[in-house]
Structure formats: C-alpha cells, structure tokens
Design a protein around this ligand. Structure first.
Ligand SMILES: [Zn+2]
Length: 311
C-alpha cells in the first residue's frame, strides 16, 4: 500500500465496531454457504448425467442377452462398452474441470466482495457510503491485483483432486462390471451394484460405498472445501490490501467442538501468520478482521463526492 491512500480510523467505540464487524461477517457466511451449495448442485448434476450415460450403455445389453449369459456377445460387447464408459468419463472430467476453474475464480472474487460488503454493513467509514455498484467496482479493482499464479495453482490442485476421483470412479465401474460378469450377475444387478448419484441428502448418509455414491461423496467434499478455500483467500486478500493487520479465527457454531478448529476459535494472528484455512475437509471456519484503521484500496475513488469521506 502506498501512503497516498486515505487512512480511516474508527472514531467511535472500538468495541461497538468489532461487534458490528462480527455480526456482518456471520451474516455474510450465509451467502457464502449458499454459493457453495450452488456449486455442489452443479457438480452433482454432471456426475448424475455421467451415471445415467453409463447405466444406459450397460442396460442396452439386455437386447443382446445379458452379458454373462452370452459369452461371445460379452467379449465383443465389452470393447464397445469400455469405449462408452471412457466417453462418459471424458465428458465428466471436461465438465468438472470447467466448473472448478469457474468456481475457484468466482469464489475468490466473491470473497473479496463479501469482505467489502461486511465493512459496508458494519458502517465502517468510506465503506458505508458505497453503493452496490461501488462495492462491485471496488471488488474488481482488488481482484485485478491478485496473483494469478496463486489462483491457477489452487485451481490446478483442485483439478488433480477431482481427476483422482474420476479415475477411481472409472476403474470402479469397470471392476463392478467384471466382477458382476464373473459371478454371473445380470445387467440390472450390475447397474444396481454401481450405485447412483443421490439427490436426497438423508439417504446419501447411508448410501454405503457403491462407486457412484462414493465418487459423489468425495467430489462434494472437494467442492465444499475448495470453494471455501478460494473464498477465504479472496477475503484475506482484501483485508491485506486495506491494511488489516490481525485476523481472528472464527468457527461456526457446529465447528466449535471440532478437534482441529475448536482450539483455534477466538485466537488472533498476524495476517501473514494466519493458519491455512480451511483447516480440514469440510471446515467452515473463517477469518474475522480485527480492525483499527483501514484504508481505501489504493487508487480507488468511487466518485468525487465520496472521495473525501472519512479522511
Ligand atoms: Zn474449521
């Protein structure tokens, strides 16, 4: 930060300000979680269509007799089936890569946006005067400062993780088919053994370890964790840009008893020494900015009339 940015210090009551920021942060976590659900929903959708494609390819064998009953058809058919499975998996990987690329960027940007919006709703000087459009413009100006290498690294890391899941899914599908054939199962039974993508979360918990259900479970876990990682990084990026020096680890109600995060709850760190967040898969904790004085991001002026506010 250059010294040319206006510095605005909380004038009134610091305790009141801290309380307002804490409240604004808790409130904005709901928006964050809604976005995560949206990403999970989309990913579930592409996995579901891959599952339908594989099931359909397999069920087509009812026309030529079930695989185990017709050895010749089985041998001839397997090559074709194999190609169909590979097609479905290729399409799945392509869609997922695209989604993870988009959602990492979007979650990072929304982290910046929420960070600004929280200051606005906590009535911080300068920020309280921002219009929604102003928040958006400010988000863009912070977002252009990001180190794209870091974002790319994060995205590529996610792609490796989901790539592992889809490779495991592919070999799981093949394993299920082969073991079905060798134990004399019918096509319908093999399809059942593969399991399916589940939309009802209640039955999801008891769904066991069938290949599609397992893939869904792991994919969902990666999406939840990584969307939150990008979101947290975006928020912290914003805080660093405006001169926040300390952050407090803030757990959600249900994370307070987590062995990893429970002990971190309420602890304060220098912004550069803040532990890696999320701390574990599905960790929903966030970083609460400890604010004394803040700056408007360098070079950002919303409009003439607001330029002198709070200085
Ligand atoms: Zn946590």
């Amino acid at each position: 930060m250059s010294s040319s940015s206006p510095i605005m210090c909380a004038v009134a009551d610091l305790t009141e300000q801290a309380k307002a920021i804490r409240e604004a942060t808790s409130k904005s976590l709901m928006a964050r979680d809604m976005y995560t659900e949206q990403v999970v929903f989309q990913l579930t959708g592409v996995l579901k269509s891959a599952q339908e494609q594989v099931h359909k390819a397999l069920l087509a064998y009812r026309d030529v007799g079930s695989l185990p009953d017709n050895k010749l058809a089985a041998v001839n058919g397997l090559g074709k089936l194999d190609a169909q499975i590979q097609d479905a998996m290729r399409a799945l990987r392509k869609d997922q890569s695209l989604m993870f690329r988009q959602s990492s960027r979007a979650a990072f940007r929304s982290g910046v946006y929420r960070g600004i919006e929280e200051f606005a709703s906590a009535q911080m000087p300068f920020y309280r005067d921002l219009t929604p459009d102003g928040i958006d413009k400010l988000t863009t100006s912070v977002f252009t400062l990001i180190d794209t290498d870091v974002l790319d690294f994060m995205t590529n890391y996610n792609l490796v993780l989901v790539g592992d899941v889809s490779r495991e899914l592919e070999s799981g599908i093949k394993r299920t088919i082969l073991s079905g054939i060798t134990t004399g199962k019918g096509v319908r039974e093999i399809v059942r053994d593969m399991g399916m993508v589940i939309e009802n979360k209640e039955s999801f918990r008891n769904a066991g370890s069938k290949v599609f259900t397992k893939a869904q479970y792991r994919m969902e876990m990666i999406a939840r964790t990584e969307v939150l990682r990008a979101h947290n990084q975006g928020r912290i990026k914003f805080h660093r840009e405006v001169g926040v020096q300390r952050l407090e680890w803030m757990t959600m109600e249900d994370e307070r008893t987590c062995p990893v995060c429970g002990g971190l709850d309420g602890k304060q760190f220098d912004i550069d020494k803040f532990p890696s967040i999320p701390a574990h898969p599905r960790c929903r904790c966030c970083a609460l900015p400890i604010v004394m004085c803040v700056q408007a991001p360098e070079g950002f002026v919303q409009s003439e009339e607001h330029a002198d506010d709070g200085t």
